[in-house]
Structure formats: structure tokens, C-alpha cells
Design a binder for this molecule. Structure first.
Ligand code: PLP
Length: 406
């Protein structure tokens, strides 16, 4: 049996929505993007949602809006996909890495000692769809001694008057803490709609605004939207209307808008997300957990509790007491059985760019431990019970073969 790692979910509704866009005569940013933004607001209850062409570009835009630049620091976990830190580097600022906990998310108890007068933003990451401890992070940035360290360098920073919390929720659309959706747990949340994500637009992302008073989120949305279009006062859709040709460029923007033809995919998916696609992911997540809980060598990923609900983006299995080499050998054996698995993530300090910048893996022991024993298993709505059982058997057989030479 061949089991791919994460094929996109494409059904007739999605094909119909894309065809509708193709036949409409309008394929770049327009009504489908607007409709997707409305759906994101409905799902998450965020005040405004702005679609962009990737999580990465969305993060760059937000850091640029907040005026993050050379000399500034942004706190990120060491354990994430590198886009989290790359967005910071693109602004000329320094990513300050913090180790994570056993649940893969940033260790909030280690953040305070990393905050300096240069800290402008904290960017926690909801790894695998498991939300971070946002209550503690939001409490931390409002502590008087942390508040008083914040030095605002522009109008936007002065208006907030404290460190901005931007959640890297690339994985976690649909996750919840105490019934509250990711999307409104921090000042700003960015979801990814990359091809392997729970909801996809092939490539894409969405910025959810939830800024406190005195910010006017609608005003910020309008400004940011313009900044996704080269700082141009009118989008191409508006400009294409009869008589609507005149425009101005009023700021140095980026060109990171999402096309309608991509939004159409996500639009059809999000309409069936919380009542269907997310539940299908949970079905597979629970099947894995039920089976692997029978093995003393298997460490299950964090499980839903009364208050925390995952988005089941990845099934991050860890092998208790396995070495990195054994984990790698087990992945090779699983691959021989036709199952594609993955590792999330290679911690950033192990990657060449970050090594060259001076980050050292030994400074982040939990991140290394999580990485060295982790295998991400296929999890997506199309997987049948039979396929999931096959994956489980492939993992178990491979484990016994490598670790016990059985
Ligand atoms: C945790 C995390 N952050 C950011 C990104 C970047 O997302 P995008 O590919 O939409 O830029 C990813 C993508 O895999 C991710 O896993």
C-alpha cells in the first residue's frame, strides 16, 4: 500500500468553486478572497482577516507594519519551521530563540529572561495544531516590569505601548483554548494556507487582527490590505471597473496579495471545515492515540483536554528512549513499506544559516530531544480506517525491526 504524507483535500465542491472563478472572468484578488476573509472571521471571531500569498509574507508585513527593524529583537521558539525566524531576519531584526516544552510549544517560563529594551515582538508557534500557553504570554507582556522595558520607536509601537504578540498559527486553524478559537488569542494571528495545511489555497495565508483599543482594526486592515498591493490605493478589481482607473501609491508596500483562483480552493474547504474536515482529522488522531497507547515505547502527542483542543494538523509521535539514528532508521523502514512520514521540525539551530549566525543546538536541549525522537504520521480526511491501520502496523513493525532486531 502506498500512503502519501499529506495530499490536498480536493472534492467536487472545491473543483466547482475554482471553475466558477475561472469562468467569472476574474482570477486575481477580488470577490473570492473577500468571501474567504468573511469565512475566516466567522470561524475564528477575529475582528478582521486579511488574505496574503503565504504565512511568511504575512509575517513580514506585520513586522514591517510594527516598524521592526535592525537593532530590534523578536522572541521565537527554537523549534519551528524556519519561516518564523526568516521573517524576522528579512526585517533586519534579530530572532531571539527560546527552548520549548515537552508539548513542543515555547517554554513561557524562559521568555522573561530573554526580554530586553530591544524586544518588540513575541512570536509563539502552535506546533502540530496544539496552541501555546497564551494566557501566560499575554499576562507576561502586561507585567509592569516587562511593560516598562518596552521602548516605542514609532507611532504604532507607542499606540500599543508594549510588546506585540503575533501567534504563528500556521498549523492551528480550528484549535481552541477554553472555547476560544485561535485567531483571537493574541493581538495578531497568522494562519498558513500552504498546500499541506488543514485548509489550503495552494499557497497562502491569512492575518487575523484582534488589536486592542485604541487601534481601529478596520482601519489597520485597510492600510495592510493596501500594503499587500504595493501600497496602491486601489486594487486591480476596483481599478478595472469603468471609470475607476486613477490610483496613487502612498507607501512602500509589498506585492503579496492572494489571487481569487487560489482563494476558491480554501473557500470551499473552510465552509466544511469545523463540521467535517476537522472532525475527520480528529478521527484519525484518535485512532493513532488509541493504538499507540498500547506500546510502552510510544509517546503520544498532547491530547485534548477540557480546555485545550488541537487542530490535529500533525500526528507527532515520539519514540521513548530512541536515539536520533534509531529514529532515522525506523523512518527508512517505514518508507520501505510505502508509507511517507516526516519530521517536524529540524530545530533551527541545526540548519546552516542559523549555525552561521551563531545559534547553538546545545542551548535548546528540549527542542533537540523532541526532534530526535519525533516521527510525524500521515493525517488527513481522505485516510481510510484500513490505511490508518496499515500506517500503525508499518510503524510498529519498523520499530521492532530497528530497536529489537525482531
Ligand atoms: C510553523 C510554521 N510557520 C510558518 C510556516 C510558513 O508558512 P508558508 O509556507 O505559508 O509561508 C510554516 C509552513 O510550513 C510552518 O509550519
Amino acid at each position: 500500500m502506498i500512503i502519501p504524507f499529506s495530499p490536498p483535500y480536493i472534492d467536487q465542491d472545491i473543483i466547482d468553486e475554482v471553475v466558477d472563478c475561472l469562468k467569472s472572468g476574474w482570477i486575481t484578488t477580488g470577490p473570492k478572497v473577500k468571501a474567504l476573509e468573511v469565512e475566516v472571521c466567522k470561524l475564528t471571531a477575529c475582528k478582521e482577516a486579511l488574505c496574503v500569498n503565504s504565512w511568511t509574507s504575512g509575517a513580514m508585513l506585520i513586522l514591517k507594519w510594527f516598524g521592526v527593524k535592525e537593532g530590534d529583537e523578536v522572541i521565537v521558539p527554537a523549534y519551528t519551521y524556519s519561516a518564523t525566524a526568516l521573517a524576522v531576519l528579512h526585517c533586519g531584526a534579530t530572532p531571539i530563540m527560546v527552548d520549548v516544552k515537552d508539548d513542543f510549544t515555547i517554554d513561557v517560563s524562559l521568555i522573561a529572561s530573554k526580554i530586553t529594551e530591544k524586544t518588540k515582538v513575541i512570536m509563539p508557534v502552535d506546533i502540530a495544531g496544539w496552541p501555546c500557553d497564551y494566557n501566560s504570554i499575554n499576562e507576561l507582556v502586561n507585567r509592569p516590569e516587562i511593560h516598562s522595558k518596552f521602548q516605542s520607536k514609532n507611532e504604532v509601537q507607542a499606540k500599543l505601548g508594549r510588546i506585540l504578540v503575533v501567534s504563528d498559527a500556521a498549523h492551528s486553524i480550528g484549535a481552541k483554548i477554553a472555547g476560544v478559537e485561535t485567531g483571537i488569542l493574541t493581538d495578531i494571528t497568522i494562519f498558513s494556507f500552504h498546500a499541506v495545511k488543514n485548509i489550503t489555497t495552494a499557497e497562502g495565508g491569512v492575518i487575523c487582527l484582534n488589536l486592542p483599543a485604541p487601534f481601529d482594526n478596520t482601519e489597520v486592515y485597510a492600510y495592510l490590505r493596501m500594503m499587500t498591493l504595493n501600497g496602491q490605493t486601489k486594487d486591480a478589481f476596483t481599478k478595472s471597473k469603468a471609470g475607476g482607473w486613477r490610483y496613487d501609491i502612498i507607501d512602500l508596500g509589498l506585492k503579496i496579495n492572494m489571487p481569487d483562483v487560489c482563494a476558491a480552493i480554501g473557500l470551499a474547504q473552510i465552509r466544511k471545515y469545523d463540521k467535517n474536515l476537522l472532525l475527520e482529522r480528529k478521527r484519525i488522531f484518535d485512532m493513532y492515540s488509541n493504538e499507540f497507547s498500547k506500546y510502552s515505547w510510544a509517546q503520544l502527542p498532547p491530547q485534548d483536554s477540557e480546555t485545550i483542543k488541537s487542530s490535529y494538523h500533525l500526528y507527532a509521535l515520539r519514540l521513548i528512549n530512541a536515539s536520533e539514528q534509531q529514529r532515522d532508521a525506523i523512518i527508512d523502514e517505514i518508507a520501505k513499506l510505502g508509507v511517507s512520514v516526516n519530521v517536524h521540525f529540524i530545530p533551527m539551530p541545526m540548519l546552516t544559516l542559523f549555525k552561521k549566525l551563531g545559534y547553538k543546538m546545545e542551548d535548546y536541549p528540549v527542542a533537540f530531544d523532541n526532534y530526535s525522537r519525533e516521527i510525524s504520521l500521515p493525517i488527513y480526511p481522505q485516510l481510510t480506517q484500513e490505511q490508518v491501520s496499515y500506517v500503525i502496523k508499518a510503524v510498529v513493525d519498523s520499530y521492532f525491526k530497528v530497536v529489537l532486531n525482531a
